[in-house]
Ligand binder design. Structure first.
Ligand SMILES: O=C(O)CC1=CCC(=O)O1
Length: 243
């Protein structure tokens, strides 16, 4: 049962996914914490809404308010992690803690070039074909209980150019300076691209620490759902304890 002191938690999905990305975490944590997962603009139930980073921060802010338990722990993965950094800058009063998962690479870095190329390519491939590829890949790599909610929710390929177009070139470790709350940088051990700025991101914040999910890659909450959830739970309990 959730208690009055339990920190509320808002989960923010990564590229092309939606709230369904967090089905395992929501089920595992909902007895102890007030929890919700958002659909960012252009994704999931908000598929028809145009993407913008400012719109994304408003969606997160409304989710925090909807839980009605004060400032929240926000858990953002990849695109959702960068959106959460922007949320932290715009709405510090609503943030109790931040889990930055797979989002500790500078998007000004050299690795952004291939992502720009992919963003230009995506609209040229029929969305149903991309969806079939993604369904097949997720089903091959993960058990149904981990990915069925994601597959059922579909993918927001149409939003990739706008979302990456706004995020690429915009974030680096300096963004950590706008985060007033404690930060857990939670990365898959094997996520080499999105760990590339990990040390710089951690150094740029006085209350940031890094935790690695062993043997996991970029989609760490699919690769090792229990380890990912345990790390979030430990951090949430620490935040709940300090009140
Ligand atoms: O969301 C992802 O998985 C990858 C990504 C690239 C640029 C960005 O914002 O997210």
């Amino acid at each position: 049962m959730t208690t009055a002191r339990a920190v509320p938690i808002v989960f923010v999905h990564g590229t092309r996914f939606s709230a369904g990305q967090w089905s395992v975490q929501l089920t595992a944590l909902r007895d102890e914490f007030p929890v919700v997962a958002v659909d960012l603009p252009g994704h999931g139930a908000l598929s028809a809404r145009p993407w913008s980073l400012s719109g994304a921060t408003e969606v997160i802010a409304r989710a925090v308010d909807s839980l009605d338990c004060g400032p929240a722990l926000v858990v953002g993965h990849s695109l959702g992690g960068y959106a959460s950094l922007e949320f932290a800058r715009c709405h510090p009063e609503r943030l109790r803690g931040l889990v930055l998962a797979g989002a500790s690479a500078s998007t000004r870095g050299a690795w952004a070039a291939p992502y720009r190329w992919v963003a230009g390519l995506v609209p040229r491939v029929p969305a149903d074909r991309l969806a079939r590829w993604n369904d097949r890949l997720l089903r091959r790599l993960y058990p149904p209980e981990v990915v069925e909610a994601t597959i059922r929710s579909g993918y927001a390929f149409h939003t990739v150019p706008a979302a990456w177009g706004e995020v690429l070139g915009r974030f680096d470790a300096g963004a950590m300076g706008s985060v007033k709350a404690p930060v857990l940088i939670l990365n898959g051990e094997k996520d080499t691209v999105f760990r590339s700025g990990e040390a710089d991101f951690a150094r740029a914040h006085p209350r940031a620490r890094v935790e690695l999910v062993p043997r996991a890659g970029h989609l760490a909450n699919f690769d090792a759902p229990d380890a990912f959830t345990d790390a979030v739970r430990r951090f949430a309990r620490q935040l709940s304890a300090v009140g």
